[in-house]
Structure formats: structure tokens, C-alpha cells
Design a protein around this ligand. Structure first.
Ligand SMILES: Cc1cc2nc3c(=O)[nH]c(=O)nc-3n(C[C@H](O)[C@H](O)[C@H](O)COP(=O)(O)O)c2cc1C
Length: 185
């Protein structure tokens, strides 16, 4: 498959299973993430890896973050907790805002997005699959505190990574006219 074909056929993998990325693969994934476009080379991002037993604490944290704002029954509590086990590896992507007169915060968030996309693409080249997820609870103060997110940081998402399970989803044909135009002045 050509690189262009690879890019135009990229998909997320909502269902993944063990094994997740090895330590060597994680190093390569972060090396790819670290090559995201980055105005003034601020490296306005960091990543946290949650895997193995740490997912138990993450599951509890998701429940606590939800319970901080709403009442939930046991079914919902179990579902939320089990979300932490949807993948063998979860990577929390965080934008770390840096102060720079030429680089507004929005550019730093965009750079984080590019880093995450690089990571997802790199994962796919290794036969892994991933899905970028957020959900309201990722922005709750309880979640921020539990993950150690500082005041000058924001969570860009949780990347659920593992070995693709089930069928790869088919892609709909794109209508480029719906989002591309030629500006002629
Ligand atoms: C910042 C961000 C947050 C997202 N959060 C969620 C989420 O919480 N739940 C979800 O189902 N999809 C979420 N998505 C979308 C999926 O990652 C995925 O792109 C979408 O399901 C479309 O699938 P595809 O990537 O295969 O086209 C998010 C995407 C982005 C960029």
C-alpha cells in the first residue's frame, strides 16, 4: 500500500484487544508524535501512558469524575469503570501551554492534535489500532486532579490503543466539494 493510500484509508479502531504496544513501540510512537508541526518548537504537549493495573485506578477515576457532577446507578458505574479496559494501553495527551508572543494557545492545541494524529498513524503502521476519545468527564476537575493536570494544561484526549479486533470499518466516499474550495480573490 502506498503512503497516500494508507493516509486516505485511515480509520479509527473502536475495538481493540491485547497486546498493546510494546515499550519499544511506544518509544517509536512518541518519536512520531514529537515530529508534529510546532511553531517555535515549544513542544506544547506531553503524554501519559496508562496500562496494565493502572487502568483500575483510571477506571475508578472516571467513575469519581462522573459522580462529582451527577448521580449514577450501578450499571452506569460499572460501564464507566470498564471503559478503562477497552484497550490494553491508554495514552493521555495533554497540551502544556507555553507563553510565547508568537504562539497563541490555539496553535498549541492544534500542535497537540497533530502530535496525536502522528501517533495514531504511526500505530497503524505497526499493525496497531487506536481511537481518540474524550467525553465530558475528561474535563472535570476531579479527572484533572487525578491525572495531575496543572493549571496551565488541558487534556486533549485519551487515545485507546491495542491490536485491532473485529472487522476494519469501511469508509464512505468523500465529497471533497463539501469542504474544499479554490479562493480566487
Ligand atoms: C478531540 C477528539 C475527541 C474525540 N472524542 C470522541 C469520543 O469521546 N467518543 C467518540 O466516539 N469519538 C470521539 N472522537 C472521534 C473518533 O476518534 C473518530 O475519529 C470517529 O469515531 C470517526 O472515526 P474515524 O476516525 O474512523 O473516521 C474524537 C475525536 C477527536 C479529534
Amino acid at each position: 500500500m502506498s503512503t497516500l493510500e494508507f493516509l486516505t484509508q485511515r480509520v479509527s479502531f473502536p475495538k481493540v484487544e491485547a497486546p498493546g504496544p510494546t515499550t519499544e513501540q511506544l518509544v517509536k510512537l512518541f518519536a512520531a508524535a514529537g515530529r508534529a508541526p510546532d511553531h517555535m518548537q515549544l513542544k506544547p504537549w506531553r503524554f501519559m501512558v496508562i496500562q496494565g493495573e493502572a487502568r483500575e485506578a483510571f477506571g475508578k477515576l472516571m467513575v469519581a469524575a462522573k459522580e462529582a457532577t451527577s448521580e449514577i446507578d450501578d450499571t452506569k458505574r460499572d460501564r464507566l469503570y470498564n471503559n478503562a479496559f477497552r484497550a490494553p494501553t491508554i495514552i493521555i495527551a495533554v497540551t502544556v501551554f507555553k507563553t510565547h508572543e508568537k504562539v497563541p494557545e490555539v496553535e498549541q492545541i492544534l500542535s497537540t492534535g497533530a502530535a496525536v494524529q502522528n501517533l495514531l498513524l504511526a500505530a497503524e503502521t505497526m499493525g496497531l489500532g487506536g481511537m481518540w476519545r474524550t467525553g465530558n468527564i475528561m474535563f472535570e476537575p476531579v479527572m484533572r486532579e487525578g491525572l495531575g493536570i496543572a493549571a496551565h494544561e488541558t487534556i486533549a484526549g485519551a487515545i485507546y490503543l491495542g491490536t485491532p479486533a473485529g472487522k476494519r470499518k469501511s469508509i464512505k466516499a468523500l465529497n471533497l466539494d463539501s469542504f474544499v474550495a479554490y479562493w480566487r480573490g
